[in-house]
Design a protein around this ligand. Structure first.
Ligand SMILES: *Cc1c(COP(=O)(O)O)cnc(C)c1O
Length: 404
């Protein structure tokens, strides 16, 4: 829904020809009659009708009019349309968090008796949804090693309705062959949901590789400054409008207009920020790899990443997260974290500020030692979300922390 009248002929320009950076700055903008240059913040829960007849026609779906902000809000619409333009998706619905985006995308695809196959390299809460929550509602989940195409093929030899994975994954930055898994999933009758939070549409556009649905934690790079929670589901109009929208409207995981406003402004600088995150992360990864206390560094843009070639075929950059293993295990990891003077200890990521976490005792504590071992997460594993500070300062901070 648009709700505005185009104020100038310029607004009717063929926006489909815009290059990504122009879409990021101008895509989806709705201007009011005040002709404001910046996106307006419509902090309203409801909307007035000019007559009872107009209200009736709105509820019948005969006129384009906002009804209630659980259903839609112009600021939220701007965020949805701008992100859709960047992902190359027909439609987008924003949600309150990344987790509600994942959960509601799956609810829209699955019903009792159905089956979902997911990569075991999943964000902790996604793991809970697939392994603990959905089975309670009669939906069986199977987890496979996301990097093992034979495992996918075996799991997808049975009829399946949904496939879920992240690439790159958290925290080990495993890469899934998107096209190959999408082909296998489609043969099994499944729709593919890809969590694109780590790469963002700047580095990776999964719909072009065959994914059916993209989900985002906008909390991460899309905000990029650690201010708000938010999420989004993107896909075809059929899926978003016919299947997902009724569930969102009637159950209420809606994004607040204020958070949508933060996020729509975040998209304007996403490309610039991602470029710098990638440049900083590449320099930090190289500096860490040269340090004797470190057993290995995982960064998709480095030639020694196990799936480097595939990563660089699917993504146009390595992203902002670097994961490394300290030879000294948990004690060395804790000592290093505790000595950092710039980088903050925090389980969030995708912030302008560099953040570091020890997955085994925080984000991935709940899954247990056995599952961590299967994922390659050791007691010496450290996940570093490289921010937008000067790379030289970050490297100096990390080196002094490693040296003790
Ligand atoms: C953070 C994150 C989520 C969850 O997003 P929230 O906004 O915290 O709900 C989902 N997937 C990935 C890959 C994430 O990093």
């Amino acid at each position: 829904m648009d709700g505005s009248t185009p104020n100038r002929t310029k607004r009717t320009a063929d926006t489909s020809k815009w290059r990504p950076q122009t879409r990021a700055v101008r895509g989806g903008q709705i201007r009011t009659n005040f002709e404001e240059t910046s996106e307006a913040l419509f902090l309203t829960s409801g909307y007035a009708y000019s007559s009872a007849e107009q209200a009736e026609a709105t509820f019948k779906g005969e006129v384009d009019h906002y009804q209630y902000s659980r259903f839609g809000n112009p600021t939220v619409t701007m965020f949805e349309n701008r992100l859709a333009a960047l992902e190359g998706a027909e439609a987008c619905r924003a949600t309150s968090t990344g987790m509600s985006a994942v959960f509601f995308a799956l609810l829209a695809l699955l019903k009792a008796g159905d089956r979902i196959v997911a990569a075991r390299q999943l964000f902790g809460s996604c793991h809970y949804i697939v392994a603990d929550l959905l089975p309670k509602y009669g939906i069986q989940g199977e987890l496979v090693d996301g990097g093992d195409l034979n495992a996918w093929e075996k799991a997808l030899s049975k009829p399946t309705q949904a496939v879920l994975f992240e690439s790159p994954s958290n925290p080990m930055l495993d890469i899934v062959d998107i096209k190959a898994v999408c082909d296998l999933a489609h043969k099994a009758g499944a729709k593919v949901v890809l969590d694109n939070a780590f790469a963002t549409p700047i580095l990776q556009r999964p719909l072009e590789w065959g994914a059916d649905v993209v989900v985002h934690s906008a909390t991460k790079y899309i905000d990029g400054q650690g201010r708000t929670l938010g999420g989004a589901v993107l896909g075809s109009k059929d899926f978003i409008i016919d299947k997902l929208q009724p569930i969102i409207r009637n159950t209420g995981p809606s994004l607040s207009p204020f958070n949508a406003w933060v996020l729509v402004k975040g998209l304007e600088t996403l490309g610039l920020r991602i470029d710098r995150h990638c440049a900083n992360a590449a320099r930090v990864a190289d500096a860490l790899a040269a340090h004797p206390a470190i057993a290995r560094v995982l960064y998709p843009a480095r030639a020694d990443h196990p799936k480097h070639k595939l990563a660089m075929a699917q993504m146009s950059g390595g992203g902002g997260v670097v994961t490394f293993d300290l030879k000294g295990g948990k004690r060395a990891a804790f000592d290093t974290l505790n000595r950092l003077q710039i980088v903050d200890i925090s389980n969030n990521l995708g912030d302008a500020k560099s953040l570091v976490t020890h997955p085994a005792t925080t984000t991935h504590m709940r899954i247990g030692a056995e599952e961590r071992a299967r994922l390659g997460i050791t007691d010496g594993t450290v996940r570093l979300s490289v921010g937008l500070e000067d790379a030289d300062d970050l490297i100096a901070d990390l080196l002094q922390a490693l040296e003790g």
